[in-house]
Design a protein around this ligand. Structure first.
Ligand SMILES: Nc1ncnc2c1ncn2[C@@H]1O[C@H](COP(=O)(O)OP(=O)(O)OP(=O)(O)O)[C@@H](O)[C@H]1O
Length: 386
């Protein structure tokens, strides 16, 4: 993210911030190193990166929960944090009392708290439990109350650390809708740490990729995620070289390769061939990011005959009329076989991301975190009579 993109109406300015955790045994951990970034009003900024790269530390510094070792953070507005859900809540107090307690901590008058409480309780969906002490709440109920209270309290900047992944899916969707509403209507600003691409795409336009406490890339979310996932996947690329055929490039028709469920796509494979090759079988396996096998594509399955190549370069195109995948991140493994067996293979390549669209609202409501192939289907009820 070049800072020029963030020059207007900056709400958070992180200026050359470093954070070192010092341990009693004299050891130090440099969690953040010379971080500079600006977050403009009314935008969503996603912090991405591998475990331990400093995302939560940065959020805690912006929230003022901990102090930078050097540099400074300037926030132009009231910052609310959903980092430790329920921070500011007391287990012995009941739900109502906690809302008042929390509201007063946020600087609200009792009258304002009373007005907001009606909305908070309705949104949380746990009105029946509000007279009970918090210590008897289930974890999910606790999170619902904590999230609802944080979202409805007045703030300019909301910091969210993975918490949206915790609630049940329906509540999660409701929270996302509410946050989007606040962003659009009131210009609220979000900084979000999440490993859920879908969620990030829903709430954020910009991204920062952190690596070992340093900024690796900043920019639009599309560009940042594209490079982040590419780097993750290429770490494990393996290439069985064949002297007759070389897979030179496998890529989607869209960059970054982000598609909605059901959209068409075109996959291109560039091959370099050194001799006549007949009866070649091409197999493309699709995996999700956790390496679960999802499906495979090969000319035999689609009714095309096996492929024959002359020496030179060739491009094989695979037309996919509908990428019917659940939202998530996927990658390919491309293998080439001849009559004798495997002759060339590329692992973990051509990653692609599927995000929701509105073609089926029911699918949207229930598919935030699952990967897999979406089978078009229809249910019908056949009455059996009396
Ligand atoms: N309170 C702390 N005391 C000491 N070290 C800490 C503390 N909090 C974080 N660290 C260290 O700082 C580094 C960055 O941690 P941080 O929690 O910010 O990473 P993260 O990107 O949020 O990771 P994850 O995705 O696993 O949540 C890690 O090496 C971690 O061990």
């Amino acid at each position: 993210m070049p800072s020029s993109e963030f020059e207007q109406q900056t709400l958070i300015s992180v200026e050359d911030v470093s954070k070192v955790y010092a341990f009693k045994d004299g050891q130090n951990i440099q969690a953040l190193c010379n971080i500079c970034l600006k977050v403009p009003k009314g935008t969503g900024l996603a912090l991405v990166g591998p475990n331990g790269c400093g995302k939560s530390t940065l959020l805690r510094l912006i929230a003022g929960i901990s102090k930078p070792t050097s540099g400074r953070i300037v926030s132009q507005g009231k910052v609310a944090a959903l980092i430790d859900p329920g921070a500011g809540f007391h287990p012995e107090l009941n739900g109502w009392e906690n809302l008042y307690f929390y509201g007063r901590l946020s600087g609200l008058s009792d009258k304002e708290i009373r007005r907001l409480s009606v909305e908070i309780i309705e949104f949380s969906g746990i009105s029946n439990f509000l007279h009970r002490p918090l210590k008897y709440y289930s974890h999910g109920m606790y999170l619902r109350l904590a999230f609802s209270a944080a979202v409805f309290m007045p703030y300019d900047i909301l910091l969210i650390d993975e918490i949206l992944a915790v609630g049940d899916l329906q509540f999660q969707q409701r929270c996302i809708a509410k946050l989007l509403d606040l962003k659009e209507k009131e210009g609220r600003t979000f900084v979000i740490v999440s490993h859920q691409t879908q969620l990030l795409y829903q709430l954020c336009e910009y991204g920062v990729w952190l690596e070992k406490g340093m900024i690796k890339k900043t920019g639009t979310l599309d560009n940042v995620l594209e490079e982040y996932y590419t780097a993750q996947l290429s770490v494990e690329n393996a290439h069985y070289e064949s002297q007759f055929i070389d897979i030179q490039m496998v890529e989607w028709d869209r960059k970054p390769s982000v598609y909605h469920t059901g959209e068409p796509a075109l996959l291109s494979l560039k091959l370099a061939i050194s001799e006549v090759m007949e009866n070649i079988q091409l197999r493309i396996n699709v995996f999700d990011i956790k390496e679960n096998f999802i499906t495979h594509l090969d000319p035999g399955l689609s009714g095309d005959s096996s492929l024959n190549f002359k020496p030179g370069k060739a491009t094989v195109q695979v037309h996919l009329p509908a990428l019917d995948f659940f939202p998530g991140n996927y990658f390919l493994r491309v293998s080439v076989y001849d009559n004798r067996g495997l002759i060339s293979r590329i692992m973990r390549i051509a990653h692609f991301h599927i995000i929701n669209n509105s073609w089926n609202k029911m699918v949207n409501a229930h598919t935030t975190i699952r990967t897999g192939v979406f089978l078009k289907h229809q249910f019908s009820i056949i009455p059996l009579g009396e």
